[in-house]
Ligand binder design. Structure first.
Ligand code: IVH
Length: 669
C-alpha cells in the first residue's frame, strides 16, 4: 500500500513539473507519448485507490486548461437551486402547501430574482476569506481573487455584531450598461459577443486575470445568509443586518403576510424591472422564519420553503419573409431573418438572428413560416422556434449558403465551430471595407475616415487594403465629389499622426481574429517586436497568460499567409510602429523649451499625469488655465466647450495627443 502511495506521489510530482515546464516555461521536457503514458498510469492508480484522492492532482485538471484551472472547494452547505413556477396558480399552490405543512401563521419574503451567476462568500471574523462559485452544487471553484475586485463586495465588514463565521450567498451581475460596452468592444475586436449579461458575468468570474475582472465592473446583490449563529430567526431581519455590515442588499425585498401582497409585488416588478440597471428574470418567494424553513425542509434539489416565479420571456410570433446572409469584418457569415414587422416589448422588430446552420436545420426553417422571436436578455432579437402547425407548406426550406454572397468564394466551416467563414479575406469587399474601418477606428489608428469615406475610397479604387490608406495622395482625394483641401488635409494629418500610434494598438488595428485590445497588449508585451510575434510558435503563444488555443491558432494562421506578411512589410515601410517603445517616457530633451501647455480632457495613450511629466521632461511648462501666454492646448476627449472657445478666441493651437507625441519624438515644434 505504501508503495502505491509513493508511486502516486512520484507521478504527481513528475507530471506537475512537466506541466510547469510546458505551460509556464514553454520548454517541453518530454514527448507527448511519455506524458500521456505517465498520466494514464496515474489515472489508473488513482481510480483503484480513492483513499489517496487529492483535488490538486494533475489528473484533476485534464479536460480543462491545465495551467489555468481554479481550485475546487467543497461547499459547507450545498448550493441548491429553486423550483420554478410560471403561473399565478402555481404560486397559489405553493402558498397553500406551505400553509398546510406549517399549520401556523407565517410570513413570506418576496425578492427579485437576479439573473447573474451565483456566489457563496465566506467571512471569518469580519474578513472575506473565500468566494466559491456554485459549481455542481456540492463543489465549486475558488474565485476569491476575482471576487475581491468587485467593489460592492466588502473585504472587511463594518460594525462588530457579525457572527465569527458565516456564509452569505448572492448573485454576481454585470449591469446592462457595462454589458453593452463590453460587447461593443468585443464586436470591434471581432471577438464573439456574450449573449446576455449572465453569460458575461459567469465568463468574467472565470477569467484568470483579476485585473481584467476589475475592469469589467461587476456588481453584486446578496440574498441569503447561512451559519450557526445568525443574528435573527427571520431571513428578512438577517438581510437588514447584513446591509449594516456593508453588503449590497436589494431594496426590493418585502415581507408579505397574504397572497394578495405577494401578487401585488409580482405585478409591480413585472413591468418596473425593466427600469433596473441589472437583469432580473423573476421573483423569489421565501418563508421568512428560519425555524419554519427547517420544518419544511428540502427535497434533493431545492428547498420546500422557497420557489421562483419566472417572468414571461418577451417573445412574439411573426412571419419569416426572407433570409439574408451577412459577411462580417473577419468573414463570419451571419444568417439574418427578415420578418413581418412585429411589436416586441416596446420596439418594432423586423430582423432577427437565425444563429447558424445547425439551428436553421434544427428548426427546419421554411420561408413563410410563423417564427417565434425573443428579446429576453439579449440585445439582438433571435428566432427561438418555428410554429410548425401554422405552416402553409408553400415556402422553400432555408438552406445555409455554400458560397460567399459578396465575393462568391466557397465558405468554410472549421471543425468544431458552428459558424461559416468566407476565407477570401483579401478579396471580399465587405471584409476589406470592414477591416479598413476597424483599422481607422478611434481605438485603433484613429484615422479621419469613417464608414462612408472608406466606402467612397474603395469604390473610387483608392484603397484595396489597409496599406492603401497610406498611398492615397492629395490630388486623388480632390477628384472625389464634395472633397476639398480641408477634408483631404484632415485625413492626411491623421495618417501622419497614426505613425506614432504604439505597437500594441497597431497590432490590434490590423484585425487578427480574436486579438482585441487586451490581447494585443499582452502579445506586444510578450513579443516586443512584430518579428518576434511573426516567428512565435504555438507553444510560445499559449505560454502567455490568457492566450489560449483559439487565439494562438488565429495568430499563427494570420502570419502564415504571405499576403499578411507582405502587408506588414508595406506598413513598416510607411513608418508605423512595430516594436514596443519603452524609451519614450524616460527620455529628456529640450524640444518644448519655452512653451507653455494646458492639458484638458481624457486621453487614450497616457494618463494626464504622464503627459504633464512628458511636457516637463522635454523642457515645457504646464499651466492650469488658458491665457494669452499659452502656446498649446493638449486636448483629449470631452474637453469642456468653454475652454475650447477660449483657446480658439485667443488663437491658441489645439493639438491632440498624437500630434503631441510626434512633436516630442522627432522634430520638436
Ligand atoms: S435564494 C436555497 N434568492 O436563482 C435558496 N436565489 O434557481 C437559495 N437567484 O441559484 C437561492 N435571485 O443563483 C435566491 N433573490 C434570490 C435570487 C436567487 C437569483 C438565483 C440563484 C439561485 C437560483 C435558483
Amino acid at each position: 500500500m505504501e508503495e502505491i502511495k509513493q508511486r502516486i506521489e512520484a507521478l504527481r510530482a513528475e507530471i506537475d513539473r512537466w506541466n510547469h515546464q510546458y505551460y509556464v516555461l514553454a520548454q517541453p521536457a518530454v514527448s507527448d507519448f511519455e506524458f500521456d503514458r505517465k498520466l494514464k498510469e496515474l489515472e489508473t492508480l488513482e481510480a483503484g485507490h480513492p483513499e489517496f484522492y487529492d483535488p490538486h492532482s494533475p489528473t484533476r485538471r485534464v479536460g480543462s486548461d491545465l495551467n489555468k484551472a481554479f481550485v475546487q472547494v467543497e461547499h459547507r452547505y450545498p448550493m441548491l437551486s429553486l423550483s420554478n413556477t410560471y403561473s399565478e396558480e402555481e404560486v397559489t399552490d405553493f402558498y397553500n402547501r406551505v400553509r398546510k405543512a406549517l399549520n401556523e401563521d407565517f410570513e413570506m419574503v418576496c425578492e427579485l430574482k437576479y439573473d447573474g451567476t451565483s456566489i457563496s462568500l465566506i467571512y471569518e471574523n469580519g474578513t472575506l476569506v473565500r468566494a466559491i462559485t456554485r459549481g455542481d452544487g456540492t463543489r465549486g471553484d475558488d474565485v476569491t481573487a476575482n471576487v475581491r475586485t468587485i467593489k460592492s463586495i466588502p473585504l472587511k465588514l463594518r460594525g462588530t455584531d457579525y457572527p465569527a463565521l458565516f456564509e452569505i450567498r448572492g448573485e454576481i451581475l454585470l449591469p446592462w450598461l457595462a454589458f453593452d460596452r463590453l460587447n461593443e468592444e468585443r464586436a470591434e475586436a471581432g471577438e464573439p459577443l456574450f449573449a446576455n449579461p449572465r453569460n458575461a458575468a459567469a465568463g468574467t468570474l472565470k477569467t484568470l486575470n483579476p485585473q481584467i475582472v476589475a475592469q469589467r465592473k461587476l456588481d453584486s446583490y446578496l440574498y441569503y445568509l447561512l451559519g450557526e449563529k445568525l443574528p435573527a430567526d427571520g431571513h428578512f431581519e438577517n438581510l437588514e443586518k447584513a446591509r449594516t455590515w456593508g453588503f449590497k442588499i436589494s431594496d426590493a425585498v418585502r415581507k408579505c403576510s397574504s397572497l394578495e401582497e405577494v401578487f401585488r409585488f409580482i405585478n409591480y416588478w413585472n413591468t418596473e424591472r425593466k427600469n433596473l440597471p441589472v437583469a432580473t428574470d423573476g421573483i423569489v418567494l421565501k418563508v421568512n422564519s428560519t425555524r419554519q424553513q427547517l420544518n419544511l425542509g428540502w427535497t434533493a434539489k431545492s428547498p420546500r420553503w422557497a420557489i421562483a416565479y419566472k417572468f414571461q420571456a418577451e417573445s412574439a410570433e411573426t412571419v419569416l419573409k426572407s433570409v439574408d446572409f451577412q459577411v462580417g469584418r473577419v468573414g463570419t457569415i451571419t444568417p439574418v431573418a427578415n420578418l413581418e414587422p412585429v411589436l416586441l416589448s416596446g420596439t418594432i422588430v423586423k430582423r432577427a438572428s437565425l444563429h447558424n446552420e445547425d439551428i436553421i436545420n434544427k428548426f427546419d426553417v421554411h420561408i413563410g413560416d410563423v417564427c417565434r422571436v425573443e428579446k429576453g436578455g439579449e440585445i439582438i432579437p433571435k428566432i427561438t422556434g418555428v410554429n410548425k402547425d401554422a405552416r402553409t407548406g408553400a415556402g422553400e426550406k432555408v438552406r445555409f449558403i455554400e458560397y460567399c454572397p459578396a465575393c462568391g468564394t466557397r465558405l468554410v466551416r472549421p471543425e468544431g465551430e458552428a459558424a461559416h467563414y468566407c476565407p477570401n479575406n483579401a478579396g471580399c469587399a465587405p471584409q476589406i471595407k470592414g477591416m479598413i474601418e476597424h483599422f481607422t477606428g478611434r481605438k485603433a489608428m484613429n484615422i479621419n475616415a469613417g464608414e462612408e469615406t472608406i466606402h467612397l475610397f474603395y469604390e473610387a479604387g483608392l484603397v484595396n487594403d489597409i496599406a492603401g490608406l497610406y498611398e492615397i495622395r492629395l490630388e486623388d482625394m480632390l477628384k472625389l465629389e464634395r472633397w476639398g483641401e480641408k477634408s483631404a488635409g484632415n485625413f492626411l494629418e491623421s495618417i501622419e499622426a497614426s505613425k506614432q500610434i504604439p505597437y500594441d494598438r497597431v497590432l490590434y488595428a490590423i484585425g487578427i481574429r480574436f486579438v482585441g485590445e487586451t490581447v494585443a497588449k499582452r502579445l506586444a508585451k510578450a513579443f516586443p517586436s512584430i518579428e518576434e510575434l511573426m516567428d512565435a510558435t504555438y507553444e510560445q503563444l499559449i505560454a502567455v497568460d490568457e492566450i489560449g488555443d483559439a487565439i494562438a491558432r488565429s495568430v499563427l494562421d494570420y502570419f502564415s499567409a504571405g499576403s499578411n506578411r507582405e502587408l506588414i512589410r508595406k506598413l513598416k515601410s510607411y513608418g508605423l510602429q512595430w516594436a514596443l517603445d519603452a524609451g519614450i517616457l524616460a527620455e529628456r530633451t529640450d524640444r518644448l523649451q519655452g512653451k507653455t501647455f494646458v492639458i484638458s480632457g481624457v486621453f487614450t495613450e497616457h494618463s494626464r499625469d504622464e503627459y504633464k511629466e512628458l511636457i516637463e521632461k522635454n523642457g515645457g511648462k504646464n499651466t492650469g488655465s488658458i491665457s494669452a501666454k499659452t502656446h498649446f492646448v493638449l486636448a483629449g476627449e470631452n474637453m469642456g466647450p468653454a475652454k475650447l472657445q477660449k483657446a480658439k478666441s485667443l488663437g491658441i493651437k489645439i493639438i491632440n495627443e498624437y500630434e503631441f507625441l510626434t512633436m516630442i519624438q522627432n522634430q520638436g515644434i
